[in-house]
Ligand binder design. Sequence first.
Ligand code: ATP
Length: 235
Amino acid sequence: MLTVENLVAGYGAVEVLHGVSLSIRKGQILSIVGANGAGKSTLLNTISGFIPIRSGDIRQEGRSIAKQAPAVIARAGIRHVPEGRRVFSELSVEENLQLGGYGQPKAVVQARIEHIYELFPRLLERRGQAAGTMSGGEQQMLAIGRALAADPKVLMLDEPSMGLAPLVVAEIFRLICRLRDEMGMGILLVEQNAKAALRIADLACVLSLGKVTMHGTGAELLHNPDVVDAFLGGH
Ligand code: ATP
């Protein structure tokens, strides 16, 4: 569904991604793990169109979206939940969700929001609450819910577990699995929490210094001694 080929991108004189290739299908979770500064966020921001591509290609369902504006890429069905879950803190949960479907027919978006409430009952309980007054875990659910309001085909999640307590992290990861299993979504997951990310991954890769240095199934990487030493705290 989404294919990235030999992607090169960076900031000013600095090249950060040196030819990254990956692909993701419907109903698959692809987890990307890597050290701080490996280029994980840069990769997601480049796919989203926020950072220009220097060379390579990105295709969504066979059509190149390289060099398109972020709004065009979003309309092609790719939604990005950035690091730090930026919800509109003054607005209510429901208003945040409505904004996620901005530009699409109101009744269609409202039906999606009802479905999002089924997936995240916590958001339903708090539909009128100002987003900024919710817990970190609830704000992360809202940030994901807002992306879902646009009915994406591919969801890109940047560090959804950041700063959350272990029980909340487990809940977020269960939800991510439901999005794959019940909605058939393709999910690109960037995580520092490598163990959790590899456990739920169908496919996974390690990004080091802007290059994919290992790839395989989630289980293969979870048991790979080099990955264990580098990212899973060794044994
Ligand atoms: P982290 O987990 O720490 O966020 P990451 O793997 O997501 O790491 P990136 O944030 O993509 O890594 O950063 C990759 C490299 O690009 C780093 O060397 C970083 O300093 C650099 N970089 C990131 N953003 C910018 C920017 N806006 N301008 C210049 N350099 C940047």
